[in-house]
Design a binder for this molecule. Sequence first.
Ligand code: CAP
Ligand code: MG
Length: 492
Amino acid sequence: MLRKKINLKEKDLLKTLNEKQKAYVNLNLKNPKNGEYLLTISHLVSGGDLNILQAAAEVAAESSTGTNFKVKTETPFSRELNAIVYKIDIEKNLVWIAYPWRIFDRGGNIQNILTFIVGNVLGMKEISALKMLDVWFPSSMLEQYDGPSYTLDDMRKYLDVYDKPILGTIIKPKIGLTAAEYAEVCYDFWSGGGDFVKNDEPQANQDFCEYEKMVKFVKDAMDKAVKETGKKKVHSFNVSASDFDEMIRRCELIRNAGFEKGSYAYLINGITAGWMAVQTLRRRYPEVFIHFHRAGHGGFTRPENPIGFSVLVLSKFARLAGASGIHTGTAGVGKMKGSPKEDITAAKNILHLAAKGHFFEQNWAQVPENDKQVIELVKKDYAHYIILEEDSWRGMKKCCPIISGGLNPTKLKTFIDVMGEVDFITTMGAGCHAHPKGTNSGAKALVQSMDAYKKGIDIKEYSKSHKELAEAIKFFSKNKKEFQQVESLERS
Ligand code: CAP
Ligand code: MG
C-alpha cells in the first residue's frame, strides 16, 4: 500500500516537471549500478516554491550538463551526459542522483568530480538544504583513480608495530616553539615510547621556527631517540604551503635531510590546500605516507549543517585521491563534534576492501562479478592484507583512519571499543603534553594505557603499578565532561 501511495505521489511530482527538468529525471533508470555511473544520495529540502523532485532535477542539471534554462546548444550526445535523479524518498527528503562518470576529467582528477557534484549546487537558490550523505564508485571507475600507495601496512612494517594502533602525538603548543624547542618535545615523546609525531596543521615556516632548522633538529632528535630506544620512529611534516613549488621544495628538503624511507610522512591540509595538492603529493611521492589533515571540514560535515557533505563522503574521496591516511574523528569520544555512526562508518569504509556506508555498500576491489571465490575473500576482508599483498590489481589499497582531537590515555580503550578494531593511527596532543609530569610521562602513560588494553586489564588496576598512567588518570578524569557518554553506534 505504502509503495502505491508514494508512487502516486511520484507520478504527481513527475507531472510538475518542465521540459528541461524532465531530461534530468528517470525514476525507472535501469540498473544504476551497471558501472556507467557514480552514484550519490543527498538529503535535500527545496528552496522557494519548488517541490523536491523539481529541486532535485535542478541540482542534477547544475551538477552535470545544465543550467537554469534549457539551452538551444544541447546535442543528442550532450544529453547522454546528463546526471539523472533515479530515486527519491519524499518522506525523508532523500534524492539519489546517477552521474555518468565519463563527464569527469580523465586522468583521475578528484577536484573535478567535487566541482561537479558539490560545487555550484551548494549555492543554488533552488535548495534550502543539500547534504551529500554517501557516494558510490563503480569498479569500472575505480581504475581511473590513484588510490593510496604507501599505506599503514608499510608504516607498520617500518615501525615493527602490529596488532595495535600506531601511538602518536601532535606537538603543542600548536605554534610558538622554536625549532630546537620543537625537536626537544619530539625527543621526549619518542623516548617515552611513542611511535609517531606530527606537526600541528598550522605549523609551517614561521620566522621563530625556520622550516629548514625544524627539519634538521627533528632528524637529530629522531636519531637520538632511535638509538636510545632501539625502535624506529616517524615524523609527519606539514608540507602545505603558499604554492606547489614551495610545497615541493619542503618535500625535497625533508627527503634530502637524511631521513630513512618510511621515517617521514607528508602532512597536507587537504581542505585548505586543496585536492590538487593531495594528488600532487600522491603522484610525486608514492613511497611516502600522505597524511590528509581535514582542518575546515566542519564547514561541510557537521551534522547540524544542512548544506555540505558527510565525513564518509570526504573520507571516501581521500582514499580515491590516494591519501595514505585521513583524520576521521573520534566518534564523539574526543573534543570534536562527531558520532560513531558518522566517524566509524567513515573509518571502516576507507580501511576495508568492502564496507557498508550510510546507504551504499562500497567495494574497493575490481573483481569481476563472476569471480565468486575472490568476491568471497573480499567480503570477508581478512584477505585485504593478502588479496592486495600479492595481487594489487585486485583492488584499491587501504586508507588509514587517523584518530585525534581531544583524546588522552584514559580514552584509548573507549575509542577502540567503539571502533571495534585497532588498525589506525592515534595522535594525542594535549592528551600527552598536558600530563602533569610533561611529555615524556605523557608518552609513557599512553604506552601503558595501550599495554593495559592488550592485557585486558582495567587502566585503574594497571595504574597501580604504572605511575605515569596513574598521574594521567588523576589529571584527565578531573574534568567530568571528559567522560560524557558516547552515543551508541546505531547500526546504519
Ligand atoms: C588535535 C589537533 C588535531 C585535531 C583535528 C588539534 O590536538 O592537533 O588537529 O585532532 O581534529 O589541533 O586540535 P589535541 P580531527 O590532541 O590536543 O586535541 O582529528 O577531528 O580532524
Ligand atoms: Mg591540530
